[in-house]
Design a binder for this molecule. Structure first.
Ligand code: 0WD
Length: 256
């Protein structure tokens, strides 16, 4: 029996089979969790429906996190399938393409700052707030995905680095707020992986090459490695861990 047997997990952020959320769904499914999925726009509906079917689920629901009504609607709709659930995976990030290339200040506007923070950080707290009633009394766990650019100035990552710093603070405040409900909140700081979102970052290939040459393990990580760590963090095996940022990056963050 898998270590997530009997758990129900709501997974956001599958855009393709290369998405980190796909690796997480795969590991959680293997460990026995029942899964439900969300898609941001109609463009991704078919792909997410297919993903759900692949993981033995028929629950695929719309949720564009930039709209309050869609966040409320998501949990109303999920409530028709499940009376409660245990795991919320937030694998959502977005910044306007022009803001994640070139120099930070050259491409910074009030608007693209707001968009990056809204979609990439506010949405975690908004989903946690709306999910809270359905996660009561079940040793719940919330997981998000962050990146080293939250704590170091990295070329091209720019405003997304600020949004990820906000997301990491969000993890700590949510952990403190939801701890008394028995809900844990953690993040995985993943090394660079070629996904649709990563393709938007200028010189992504260069970043990946640098990691593969210099990380302690001399390679990058896979979505399955992130998925395995995510499954552990969201399971009862990790019952003492909350408010934590766990690195799944082949050790790259330890370099000076
Ligand atoms: O190297 C990487 N790929 C890393 C990614 C390293 C470290 C962290 N991360 C983070 C990302 O910042 C993000 O938070 O992991 C998370 C997942 O990213 P991913 O798997 O790399 O990216 P992708 O497969 O593109 O999924 C991100 C998805 C979106 O895909 P698109 O193609 O639309 O950008 O986030 C979702 C969407 O599915 N998303 C939204 N979901 C709901 N509402 C919204 C929205 N408004 N906007 C984007």
């Amino acid at each position: 029996m898998g270590f997530l047997h009997g758990k129900r997990a709501l997974i956001t952020g599958i855009a393709s089979t290369r998405s980190i959320a796909w690796g997480i769904a795969n590991a959680m499914h293997r460990e026995g969790a029942q899964l439900a999925f969300t898609y941001a726009t109609e463009r991704f509906k078919d792909r997410v429906d297919e993903a759900a079917a692949e993981f033995g689920s028929s629950i695929s629901l719309p949720c564009d996190v930039s709209k309050d009504s869609e966040i409320t609607g998501l949990f109303d709709a999920l409530g028709k399938h499940w009376d409660g659930f245990d795991i919320l995976v937030h694998s959502i990030g977005y910044a306007e393409r022009e803001s994640i290339q070139g120099e930070f200040l050259d491409n910074l506007t009030r608007e693209n700052f707001a968009v990056a923070h809204d979609i990439s950080s506010y949405s975690l707290a908004a989903l946690a707030k709306a999910a809270r009633p359905m996660m009561q009394g079940r040793a719940g766990s919330i997981l998000t995905l962050t990146y080293l650019g939250a704590e170091r100035a990295l070329a091209n990552y720019n405003v997304m680095g600020l949004a990820k710093a906000s997301l990491e603070a969000n993890v700590r405040y949510l952990a403190y707020n939801l701890g008394p409900d028995g809900i844990r909140v953690n993040a995985i700081s993943a090394g660079p992986i070629k996904t649709l979102a990563a393709a938007g970052i200028a010189n992504f290939r260069k970043m990946l090459d640098h990691v593969e040459t210099n990380a302690p393990l001399r390679r990058s990580v896979t979505i399955d490695e992130v998925g395995n760590a995510a499954a552990f963090l969201c399971s009862d095996l990790a019952s003492g861990i909350t408010g934590e940022i766990t690195y799944v990056d082949a050790g790259y963050n330890v370099l000076g």
